[in-house]
Design a protein around this ligand. Structure first.
Ligand SMILES: [Cu+2]
Length: 55
């Protein structure tokens, strides 16, 4: 939700954001967040760091 909030507020010129690997603590993956989540933004099949969410 924090990353989506930033996406809506900042409105960067990207196609979308993603978090790879289904790490523990994400929706549908049980357990607490155990490590930082590196969220990427992507456009035209290229990706770049968007934000890191600390546990
Ligand atoms: Cu999963």
């Amino acid at each position: 939700m924090e990353a989506l909030q930033a996406l809506f507020e900042e409105q960067p010129d990207v196609d979308g954001i993603g978090l790879a690997g289904m790490p523990t603590g994400t929706p549908g993956m049980p357990g607490p967040q155990e490590e930082p989540y590196d969220v990427y933004a992507f456009s035209d099949q290229e990706d770049e760091p968007f934000m890191t969410l600390e546990p």
